[in-house]
Design a protein around this ligand. Structure first.
Ligand code: ADP
Ligand code: ZN
Length: 738
């Protein structure tokens, strides 16, 4: 019996150039092809788009994608077009004429994927248009991107998303695929209800972003120097793009100015700039014209730059969820990337003070709790990934081997005696002083103030000389974190004992604290910089390929990542493909990109090899390479079949395809028959009249499927081999399996 499963891998390679599906992509695609409603929850960078884009290409009709952000829509369409896929968007930035012309193309079945903003969906003119589209061309699926926007519980509620329930009412037969990166259960339930999803299959991927390295560095007295050192780590072999987040506009401007002075290419982004300035800076960043963007958290929501190599929080993130989202803007392409927090207690005091200013006690409490969670994250000696995933309700067993705590575990030491000294000192000072004063007393400082207060006469004066001031501060913070001390939050932090303090003073419990080496070496980091280290030659080739990519991207006015991802370039630099066949094996090289860029990239690689006395292939770059068929399926669907499919699904008839491709009509029909056999959803009713199908099927039932000639003798000569082939393929597919 023929292979029922579409050769999805072949289609994946043909359209997108990827060799394999990630995680559950394959099974999601299968569900969508079966017209099931689906909810996909996948972290940023997980590869959500493909889950609706691939099915859109394999089925007749248009897929409608609802997306809230205009910039994202444009990016997606540009990227699709670069893969040779017909996609377009309709939104408020277009002129009336432009909208008309795009709608015309849609009604002619030329477009497989249409992106629209939710507010457009329910205007009466669009409503009529959609009706026409569904009658003339058909709507294969509604894909709802950023589906958490329907939920008031999400972090990005959009009232216009609330209207989306109408889709199910108006088009009950058309499947919906909803996609989001939101992790909370409440929002998930809300999505299913709000969109009226019909018994959806729910896919929840792990929120673990394995390619991200997490670290926290204690801010020293010169944090800018630390930041600079951190950035310089990334300046090495491949200058990767980075985002630096600051809390205030003032801070953003300061840091970006200083970086520029220090010769690092950086631009600011915050609400104080004009729209045009912001847009310009953002575009420069996306196109790799500037390396670093220094921004307030306003930056990032609407951008899609998969190759951000580092995200540094120069100031404290607001809470763990936003930290996960903001740091998650690094490494969307699954290549190694790093996420750093520069953690300073000064910042904590500032935030505490701001929280104290909030009028609503409820809000204050929530903000305080969120702050505490971020502090625990920063202070925790355990695996960073474990803390984050635990926050999202996901179990993770360390070590992850890709965070600072796992790579250089912090020793835990018993500091009970020191803790007793510290707490006694707080008590002797009448619980009216802050950390630095207590440390001064313990270390026997000669500051004037100590003598003025008479604190040199306390029994705890000078009993702590054996520890440095930094060590005492570390202990103090650990005790706050563990609840043995509390610090007032009115902006003037004063240390007070808690109910638990007595347990230490009375020696009921011992105090164990993580002893951070980071105090001594604030900048040291053992980060794994790239997933696969390139040798010197490859690094140099990679640099050249990046320049070539940038040139090609600028010529077409698209971001460089649209041409090829970093990981594709890395593979090229390592494997140095010089023929079409080898080039087509690079991940990210689909059929279209092979034709569009194959020659120019392999030429550059050849030249590099000859300049560096490396082997140069004698074979020329041939035009018709053997792409695809990774051996995963029994059928022999190759790129030439998929080209036919592509045109067919775009509305061309077999004879049009034969003309366009300059191949014989029988070859085209042969392709279509084989695609049917491989399970691709092709509507045979459009190709062969129903009555004729019945006659052919009856003939097959009588004489068996094996000999076309026998079947034709049975049907009579008015039937041709082409239609018999098509119907036979369908007939075989419909046969119950043996
Ligand atoms: P999301 O929308 O979930 O944040 P995207 O759809 O933008 O993620 O995909 C993130 C990146 O992963 C893109 O660069 C995309 O090309 C890449 N990608 C997606 N699926 C695959 C795959 N199966 N193999 C390799 N790369 C993939
Ligand atoms: Zn870890």
């Amino acid at each position: 019996m023929p292979n029922q499963e579409p050769a999805l891998e072949s289609a994946l390679k043909h359209f997108f150039g990827h060799d394999q599906f990630r995680f559950e992509q394959r099974s999601i695609v299968e569900q969508v092809l079966k017209n099931k409603d689906v909810l996909v929850i996948m972290p940023t960078g997980g590869g959500k788009s493909l889950c609706y884009q691939l099915p859109a290409l394999l089925r007749p009709g248009t897929t409608i994608v609802i997306s809230p952000l205009i910039a994202l829509m444009q990016d997606q369409v540009v990227a699709l077009k670069d893969n040779g896929i017909e996609a377009t968007f309709l939104n408020s930035t277009l002129s009336f004429e432009e909208v008309r012309s795009r709608q015309k193309d849609l009604l002619m079945g030329k477009i497989k994927i249409l992106y629209i903003a939710p507010e457009r969906l329910f205007t009466s003119s669009f409503h009529d248009f959609l009706k026409q589209l569904s009658q003339k061309v058909g709507i294969s699926t509604f894909a709802i991107d950023e589906a958490h926007c329907v939920s008031e519980w999400g972090h990005d509620f959009r009232p216009e998303y609330r209207q989306l329930f109408q889709i199910k009412q108006l088009y009950p037969q058309i499947p919906i695929i909803a996609l989001t990166a939101t992790a909370t259960q409440r929002v998930r339930t809300d999505i299913v209800q709000q969109l009226r999803l019909n018994d959806p299959t729910v896919y929840i991927s792990s929120f673990n972003r394995q390619n991200l390295y997490y670290e926290v560095i204690q801010k020293s007295r010169k944090p800018y120097q630390q930041l600079l050192a951190k950035i310089q780590q990334h300046q090495g072999k491949e200058k990767g793009a980075g985002i630096i987040y600051c809390l205030s506009r003032k801070h953003v401007d300061e840091v970006s100015n200083n970086l520029t002075k220090d010769g690092i290419s950086a631009l600011p982004y915050h609400a104080g700039l004009t729209n045009t300035q912001r847009e310009n800076n953002q575009t420069k960043f996306i196109r790799d014209d500037v390396q670093i963007i220094v921004a307030t958290v306003a930056f990032g929501m609407g951008i899609n730059k998969p190759d951000v190599r580092f995200v540094i929080h120069y100031d404290l993130p607001r809470n763990l969820e936003s930290y996960y989202q903001e740091s998650g803007r690094a490494g969307r392409d699954s290549e190694a990337a790093s996420c750093t927090i520069l953690f300073g207690w000064g910042d904590v005091h500032t935030v505490r003070y701001l929280i104290g200013q909030k009028a609503d006690p409820g809000e204050q409490r929530i903000a305080q709790q969120q702050l505490n969670q971020i502090i625990s994250y920063a202070e925790s000696p355990i695996c960073r990934r474990q803390v984050q995933l635990n926050y999202f309700g996901e179990q993770f067993i360390p070590p992850c081997n890709n965070c600072d705590n796992c790579l250089s575990p912090v020793p835990i030491e018993d500091w009970t005696i020191e803790a007793q000294k510290f707490l006694s000192c707080v008590y002797r000072c009448d619980q009216r002083f802050g950390m630095n004063h207590i440390v001064d007393v313990l270390r026997g400082s000669n500051k004037k103030r100590i003598f003025e207060l008479g604190h040199d006469r306390l029994t705890t004066y000078s009993i702590g000389k054996e520890r440095t001031a930094d060590e005492w501060r570390m202990l103090c913070r650990a005790m706050i974190y563990q609840g043995y001390l509390e610090e007032t939050t009115d902006g003037y932090p004063i240390l007070r004992l808690t109910r638990k303090s007595n347990q230490i003073l009375k020696k009921f419990v011992s105090v164990k604290i993580p002893v951070t080496q980071k105090i001594a070496q604030p900048i040291a980091s053992k980060e794994k910089v790239t997933s696969t280290e390139l040798n010197e030659e490859s690094v140099s080739l990679m640099r050249q390929l990046k320049t070539l990519r940038k040139e090609l991207a600028d010529q077409q006015n698209v971001p460089p990542y649209v041409v090829f991802s970093d990981s594709s370039l890395r593979q090229m630099a390592q494997l140095r493909p010089q023929t079409a066949d080898d080039f087509s094996k690079i991940s990210g090289v689909g059929s279209r990109k092979l034709i569009q860029y194959g020659k120019i990239f392999t030429q550059a690689i050849r030249k590099f090899c000859s300049d560096h006395n490396l082997e140069v292939s004698t074979e020329s770059f041939s035009k018709e390479p053997t792409v695809v068929d990774k051996g995963s399926s029994k059928s022999d669907i190759s790129s030439t079949h998929l080209k036919t499919l592509d045109l067919y699904q775009n509305g061309l008839s077999p004879s049009d395809i034969s003309l366009t491709r300059n191949i014989r009509l029988s070859t085209v029909n042969g392709h279509i028959a084989e695609l049917i056999s491989a399970g691709y959803p092709i509507d045979i009713n459009k190709l062969v009249d129903r009555e004729r199908q019945t006659v052919i099927k009856q003939a097959i039932a009588k004489v068996g499927p094996h000999s076309l000639r026998n079947i034709r003798e049975e049907t009579g000569e008015t039937y041709d081999y082409q239609e018999i082939k098509l119907v036979r393929a369908k007939w075989e597919l419909e046969m119950p399996s043996e």
